[in-house]
Design a protein around this ligand. Sequence first.
Ligand code: V47
Length: 365
Amino acid sequence: MDTFIKQSGLGHILEKVRAGERLSLADGKTLYEHPNILALGYLANIVRERKNGDKVYFIYNQHINYSNICVNLCKFCAFGRKREDPLAYEMSIEEIRQKVRERLDEPIEELHVVGSVHPDLPFSWYLEMLKAIKEERPGVHIQAFTAVEIHHLAKIAGKSVQEALKELMAAGLGSMPGGGAEVFSPRIRQLTCPEKISGEEWLEVARTAHKQGLKTNATMLYGHIETVEERLEHLDALRRLQDETGGFLAFIPLAFHPKNNELGQGRSGTTGICDLKNIAVSRLMLDNFPHIKAYWIMLGVKMAQVALSFGADDLDGTVKEERITNMAGGEAGQALGHKTLIRLIREAGRKPVQRDTLYEKLVDC
Ligand code: V47
């Protein structure tokens, strides 16, 4: 296999990967532009197995998308709506309680709570929501609010991000998901989400969270108008912040879905090779991230399974109900039973491990 990698012109990268040396942005470009996906997979798998052996993690989780009424209205998003839109919705705290109660008979470890940049819900509403979830399901870990939402909540509360996070943590916030990162490049943000906080601001919220001991994830939305250089700069910014704080748990490359959004008009979805490249290159570039997640809702179940041989070590979870990808044309469905997740992992020749949000409580399956 080493001969094959050398013949593919990737010998110098193989040497660095074997030595545990950091790859440069130029190496990243070589990888993205390399035509042989098997060579990339082989390299990414070295790092993946060094960090996580044969394990593939999954979690018993439930998503709650509390509202889609949004002031940002990003051009790639099919979920966010103006208040007057017939598809706009906002759950009451009672409805959220009900969603949690509906699944009390299932061993759910994590509630993944993400919504929108809502024009007028007050800060107290978010605290109340966290407390209500904890009342219904006291032991659950709440992974909630992207850095974009946190920035907004601090603003409406008239507090610093640090102070807002402190109150949210006291009300039950356990960690933050990685959304809203998109692509940090100012060019891409200007063209696709001009109302959203900047990449620098996103990173600053993550930095503040990490300094308070709050773990977070990170994402990158790929497969639209971004260049390879812009992807690599995004990965590099995350890698530098992780060197500084060590607060990121997982990186999740998010495949752009083109339906029902402005950016997607006339555009097709990502290809399998593009998906696998983004998994493999992120595994290789993000040498200080413990986990790379193949989020099956975005990738599709089959591609997510294949991604387990190209650098990914996590499939996310059972989910049940998800609206962001679904509204943008996602066809993977919205729920997987844990038996299906285990089967997918075993068939990929890996060892299924049920985890909690922080990858601490682990159960071999
Ligand atoms: O921030 C929006 C993305 C994100 C589209 O942290 C789209 O474990 C594709 O971040 N096509 C929200 N993507 C979802 C998210 C997430 C999901 C699962 C797990 C975790 C985690 C995080 O979805 C948004 C945005 O980047 N998004 N529209 C679209 N059309």
